[in-house]
Design a binder for this molecule. Structure first.
Ligand SMILES: [Zn+2]
Length: 93
């Protein structure tokens, strides 16, 4: 169990990674507006492939800009989670 968890999150955050995250968050607007250079785009895409936080920030930022407005109507909470929460509540009653 523990080994699997470690595999999913192989890299601990370190100073270099944090600096990259800062750079990526500064670039979010450029990327979404399509104004980043090809070198910046490569850096950005490489980073969000490995960094869930920045990937999610990018998704949220895109949502805010309305570029993926079709996704806004989606239910954010998975049904399976809703069901398990409801079951949990009923158990305690
Ligand atoms: Zn990051």
């Amino acid at each position: 169990m523990e080994a699997k968890f470690t595999e999913a999150y192989p890299k601990a955050p370190d100073a270099a990674r944090e600096a990259e995250c800062g750079r990526v968050s500064d670039m979010l607007d450029l990327m979404i507006d399509g104004e980043a250079s090809s070198e910046e785009q490569r850096f950005f895409n490489d980073h969000i492939e490995e960094c869930v936080n920045c990937f999610e920030n990018h998704q949220k930022q895109k949502l805010l800009k309305g570029l993926v407005s079709g996704h806004l109507k989606r239910v954010i909470v998975p049904q399976s989670l809703v069901r398990s929460i409801k079951a949990r509540i009923q158990e305690t009653l």
